[in-house]
Design a binder for this molecule. Structure first.
Ligand code: SF4
Ligand code: MG
Length: 296
């Protein structure tokens, strides 16, 4: 149930009465915290927000947010969010999930949602492992890493989510680190503010099943794009940053482009008939008579 929110909501107003069931220190807490802060910073109320997730530890997030929420099926959060957004374009729709859900099972939907440029925000809590099922290799597990499903070391190359999102046509592409909540909240706020598809790869350590990609590991490996004179409006520069050596890689906003029409703006049905959520649910007697007469 949505609790009534004052017009100027605070971050705490987006906290649900259900406490997260994540392991202590899991990176997902930082993303939840960032979403709460970002919704408040954008001046939203709980009734304005829908959070849709797939399956996985991080996909439990909608249950911990005081907003509308759908915990959907594995890899299918993007199409469900697409339907919800088209039914009610006034909603702020946030998709949350993990790397296995978004980059593995749901990869096709991930790409198609981006090329359509709906006004959606997709936050992937990337812990480079399948956490819920206790530690199998995911699409972002590094080559050579031993996991439960790769006891002799992973022999596959990991997906590069930032390069993939850029190539797929996302109009806002960023990466945050859960060890820096203020930075993550700033990125998520910008992502929600952006008109069009915004994607944030959230480096979210799984403290229980990934003992390689830890908070300390990310702190040593990452640097902020803001400190490197990066031009967020330059697509080629963004792709160059996305494909930098994995020995040291950036967090922050890689790319942003404004003025690309959204799917909702281009959709003829929406522009001619308005949002389905506002459509009349029943026919009046006169409407019924008119339909009947049209068959005579
Ligand atoms: Fe987080 Fe990993 Fe625990 Fe899942 S298993 S809640 S991803 S720390
Ligand atoms: Mg994962």
């Amino acid at each position: 149930m949505i609790s009534p929110s004052p017009v100027a909501a605070k971050a705490e107003d987006f906290r649900s009465q259900t406490s997260p069931d994540w392991c202590p220190s899991c990176g997902n807490y930082a993303v939840l915290n960032a979403v709460e802060k970002a919704c408040a910073a954008r001046g939203l109320a709980s009734k304005d927000v829908l959070c849709v997730s797939g399956i996985g530890c991080s996909s439990n997030l909608p249950g911990f947010l005081n907003a509308y929420g759908v915990h959907s099926i594995h890899g299918r959060a993007a199409p469900l969010a697409t339907g919800a957004k088209l039914a009610n374009p006034e909603l702020t729709v946030i998709i949350t999930g993990g790397d296995g859900d978004g980059y593995g099972i749901g990869l096709g939907h991930f790409i198609h949602a981006m090329r359509r440029n709906l006004d959606l925000t997709y936050l992937v809590m990337n812990n480079q492992i399948y956490g819920l099922t206790t530690g199998q290799a995911s699409p972002t597990t590094m080559k050579g890493i031993a996991t439960k499903s790769t006891p002799f070391g992973c022999i596959e190359n990991p997906i590069n989510p930032i390069a993939l999102a850029l190539a797929a046509g996302a109009t806002f592409v960023a990466r945050g680190f859960c060890g820096d909540i203020a930075h993550m909240a700033s990125i998520v706020t910008q992502a929600i503010e952006h008109k069009g598809f915004s994607f944030v790869d959230c480096l979210s350590p799984c403290v229980t099943f990934n003992k390689i990609n830890t908070y300390a590991w990310f702190r040593e490996k990452t640097y902020k794009l803001e400190d490197s004179n990066h031009d967020v409006l330059n697509f080629s520069a963004a792709m160059a940053k996305a494909t930098e050596s994995p020995a040291r890689f950036p967090i922050g906003v890689f790319y942003r482009t404004e003025g690309v029409p959204t799917y909702e703006e281009l959709d003829e049905t929406l522009s001619h008939h308005g949002a389905p959520v506002k459509a009349k649910l029943a026919l009046s007697r006169e409407d019924g008579e008119a339909i009947k007469n049209s068959f005579r």
